[in-house]
Write a protein that binds this ligand. Structure first.
Ligand SMILES: NC(=O)c1ccc[n+]([C@@H]2O[C@H](COP(=O)([O-])OP(=O)(O)OC[C@H]3O[C@@H](n4cnc5c(N)ncnc54)[C@H](O)[C@@H]3O)[C@@H](O)[C@H]2O)c1
Ligand SMILES: O=c1ccn([C@@H]2O[C@H](COP(=O)(O)OP(=O)(O)O[C@H]3O[C@H](CO)[C@@H](O)[C@H](O)[C@H]3O)[C@@H](O)[C@H]2O)c(=O)[nH]1
Length: 456
């Protein structure tokens, strides 16, 4: 099928490359001309395992191309994905300005051919109807027949597009794998015709040719339910982490070990063992904004989301606990040098959007510390775009020289592999705050260092 992807960011690029891999002809569009130019030269805008090869293969096979022209992508595609960003506004509600611009723009370039317009951006309930309205508004300017009402068809009363909600559940760092192995595909469709197009688009997943491959469950719903499924999934996962962090905070007080508690409760199949790692709290481009957006939707309808507000508030205080732990061990923070291992909001990505590490770094700088950080993939330029006063070390061990304490903020697998003896020798102070419970406590303690984990 001919597929268009509008917004070649994380989701757009991965979606486009994976759809090309299964044989669709994909045109990815972005209004960031520099990004498009780099992509045409094979330079990836993000660090994501497996993505570069996939993009190269798609381009070489003539199945994947990039453009900065909206008209070109609308012209090309039978199915048009909207994958632009929907960041939080200061009040927690999502900023939908990019979706608005794209939906209107699509309308302006529609011709008489039928299109399926797919919302893959995470957008509040009701956005499917809103996108339909915006596309119609855009089309009205260029397709006079629409002024007769009834839809976006070149002939009055005959719509030439349908809107579909197809939320995305990929995780950064394993985005390609997740796209090929999703737990489910959700389609909120406003017509049978659009549903059939989406079934065909996802045939590789939902009706695999190879008998050894299990079909991926396809959940077909109305638009509003599909939109809600995305928010509910993220809110549940974020709540699960805030829950275990709260348990961790009680564990610390009563002398229990949250790792053992999580392991044991996770064996209960009703609870499950994933997303039970206590730590410095969740971050990233999705959980913070999506939980806030759901609270904001509740408020629009006069509903107080008490549980979701608690999820957010536990997460807020969780980062402050890192500072409290440092204060407890070092007493005076002013004038101290603190080393931070890990800046990305989680391992295997260079994404620093709402990264707990940067928030902790900022707080420490405000408290008068010098902060020296290391991350295996986040560059100094990226880090400085958010925290200009942060010092960046070339190596994890290099970050420790003159440091009074080490704080581990991202559980990159290489950190626990480092020579702890060397860590002990390099650190000026004796304190290690393991904000991700990823180091071997006993080994740290054997070296005469003070180990402080989360909930243990
Ligand atoms: N990142 C994730 O892991 C993830 C996972 C699931 C869902 N989502 C959702 O997917 C959406 C996209 O997220 P992302 O992380 O890929 O965002 P992103 O910021 O990485 O990418 C968005 C892209 O859209 C482009 N863009 C903005 N306005 C445009 C316009 N008018 N025309 C064309 N392109 C435009 C930007 O230049 C950028 O390249 C969000 O709603 C997000 O919540 C993200
Ligand atoms: O047990 C855990 C698991 C995760 N985290 C933290 O939670 C955050 C989010 O992690 P993760 O969910 O793995 O990353 P994302 O790439 O943000 O993916 C989430 O957000 C995406 C965007 O909506 C969804 O598509 C995914 O399904 C959803 O997992 C990170 O800061 C992690 O450090 C924990 O603290 N403890």
């Amino acid at each position: 099928m001919k597929v268009g992807v509008i917004g070649t960011g994380y989701v757009g690029l991965v979606t486009g490359a994976c759809l090309a891999r299964v044989g669709h002809r994909v045109c990815c569009m972005d209004n960031d001309t520099a990004k498009v130019d780099r992509l045409k030269r094979g330079i990836m805008p993000i660090y994501e395992p497996g993505l570069e090869e996939l993009v190269r293969q798609g381009v070489e096979e003539g199945l994947l191309e990039f453009t900065d022209a909206l008209a070109a992508v609308v012209e090309h595609a039978e199915v048009l994905f909207i994958t632009v960003g929907t960041p939080s506004r200061p009040d927690g509600s999502p900023d939908l300005s990019a979706v608005r611009a794209v939906a209107r723009g699509i309308g302006q370039h529609l011709d008489g051919r039928y299109r399926v317009i797919v919302n893959k951006s995470t957008v509040p309930v009701g956005s499917g109807n809103w996108v339909r309205m915006l596309v119609e508004d855009g089309a009205r300017k260029t397709v006079p027949a629409l002024t007769d009402g009834g839809g976006a068809g070149a002939q009055a009363g005959e719509p030439d597009f349908n809107v579909v909600s197809n939320p995305e559940f990929l995780r950064e760092g394993s985005a390609v794998w997740d796209t090929f192995h999703p737990d489910r595909i959700v389609i909120g469709a406003e017509s049978e015709r659009a549903e059939q197009v989406m079934r065909e688009l996802y045939r590789h997943w939902v009706s695999p040719d190879e008998p050894e491959r299990e079909p991926v469950p396809l959940v077909v719903t109305d638009l509003a339910s599909a939109e809600m499924i995305k928010y509910a999934a993220n809110a549940f996962l974020a709540t699960k982490i805030s829950f275990i962090n709260e348990i961790a905070n009680i564990c610390e007080r009563v002398g229990a070990d949250v790792s053992r508690v999580a392991q044991a409760i996770g064996l209960d199949k009703r609870i499950g063992n994933q997303f039970l790692n206590a730590g410095a709290g969740w971050g990233g481009s999705c959980f913070p904004k999506d939980v806030s957006a759901l609270v904001s939707t509740g408020q629009e309808y006069g509903y107080e989301c008490a549980l979701l507000k608690a999820t957010l508030s536990v997460n807020d205080t969780q980062r402050k606990r890192i500072i409290e732990k440092l204060q407890r061990e070092l007493r005076i923070l002013k004038g101290r040098t603190i080393a931070i291992w890990g800046l990305a909001f989680k391992p295997h990505t260079d994404d620093i959007r709402s990264a707990p590490a940067l928030e902790v770094a900022n707080q420490l700088l405000n408290l008068g510390c010098r902060v020296v950080a290391h991350d295996p993939v986040v560059t100094a330029a990226q880090a400085h775009s958010q925290v200009p006063d942060l010092q960046i070390a070339d190596s994890a061990l290099g970050a420790l020289d003159q440091a009074d304490a080490l704080v581990v903020m991202t559980e990159w697998p290489e950190y626990p592999q480092l020579d702890l003896g060397e860590v002990g020798r390099r650190l000026r102070g004796r304190v290690i705050i393991d904000g991700r419970n990823c180091l071997k406590r006993e080994m740290v303690q054997e070296l005469g260092l003070v180990y402080v984990g989360i909930g243990r």
